[in-house]
Design a binder for this molecule. Structure first.
Ligand code: PSU
Ligand code: MN
Length: 308
């Protein structure tokens, strides 16, 4: 039995890894429940955990099942999240009502980062962050990911922010919020489905040990907690064709507007539209990006665990 003070409840494997200071990588579950089509999503969830293990780290997939937050899901729990029926999308602000009402939900970057940090996990890998939407001036739609990362000490490996967003505006918000951004092996901020968004990054690193050194410097500096983004581009050979991307994205944004889709539904709608409109090519690019991030996250967690 877990106690109510244990939030999130750790799997045995994650608990032991933390006690022994072994590398652990937090993984989010919204990408599984709401970002990828069924039934492929379950296989992807399992594949991402296997990738972490192959790199010598322990995966901690985070989700809420029947009102209990977990870090490290068993097979049945992962199946619940991938099954879709009644699985809510939980941002950080949704955690309290979800826990109080016994809801089941997948955690976004904001909720995952919060729970991971609470459990003492320092490295988290995902696909692309949420950010400032292109219609921000009308909708004020900015993902809660950004504000939460501004006050959470965690390293997030991502392929930049989703290209459905206003990337320059999102980078500006990250600067304003004080969230550090490192390009991993690149001087360009990645473009999620695309290797480059065309925007520059101020800092470039090439090895996991360099990321761990920046994390150690964050701790040494102290002060208000903020996240560190490691922006890791998808390989050019695996990216979505940029022209196809731009064409299809314009259609997706127009459809989203025409159908009056707002709030939490916007991102899943746009991602799903792109999958259909590209005949699955955007899905492959998305998966390639996530796989690369998860593998890199495991190597960074390894470098972090090996610090003196
Ligand atoms: N990365 C992906 N697919 C996704 C997401 C990230 O490759 O579906 C999810 C993350 O959980 C992120 C969320 O936090 O999209 C952003 O949703 P919103 O824009 O509603 O904040
Ligand atoms: Mn939003």
């Amino acid at each position: 039995m877990h106690t109510s003070s244990e939030v999130p409840v750790l799997s045995e494997e994650v608990r032991e890894a933390l006690e022994r200071r072994l590398p652990v990588v937090a993984l989010e579950s919204t990408i599984i429940a709401h970002g990828l089509p069924r039934p492929r999503n379950l296989a992807v969830g399992e594949e991402l955990e296997a990738l972490v293990r192959a790199e010598g780290a322990v995966p901690a997939t985070i989700a809420v099942v029947d009102g209990v937050a977990y870090a490290g899901l068993d097979k049945a729990q992962l199946e619940r999240i991938a099954g879709g029926e009644g699985v809510r999308k939980l941002g950080h602000r949704d955690l309290a009502p979800a826990l109080a009402t016994g809801a089941t939900g997948a955690t976004t970057v904001s909720a995952t980062a919060f729970l991971a940090a609470r459990a003492g996990l320092r490295v988290f890998a995902t696909g692309g962050l949420g950010g400032v939407h292109r219609e921000y001036a009308q909708t004020q739609d900015e993902s809660a990911d950004l504000a939460l990362l501004a006050r959470t000490r965690i390293t997030v490996v991502c392929a930049g922010v989703k290209s459905i967003l206003d990337v320059p505006a999102t980078l500006q918000r990250l600067e304003t919020l004080g969230v550090g951004v490192l390009g991993f092996g690149t001087e360009r901020f990645p473009g999620f489905y695309l290797a480059s968004s065309g925007e520059p990054v101020d800092w470039t690193v090439h090895r996991p040990e360099e990321v761990a050194a920046v994390m150690a410097a964050q701790d040494a500096l102290g002060g208000p907690a903020s996240a560190l983004l490691v922006a890791n581009p998808v390989a050019e050979a695996e990216q979505l064709d940029p022209q196809l991307h731009d064409r299809v994205l314009a259609d997706a944004l127009a459809q989203c507007h025409a159908r009056g889709i707002t709030g939490q539904a916007v991102t899943p709608f746009l991602l799903g539209f792109l999958v259909r409109a590209t005949g699955g090519a955007s899905l492959e690019a998305n998966l390639a990006a996530v796989r690369g991030n998860v593998a890199l996250g495991a190597r960074i967690a390894g470098a972090w665990a090996a610090r003196p």
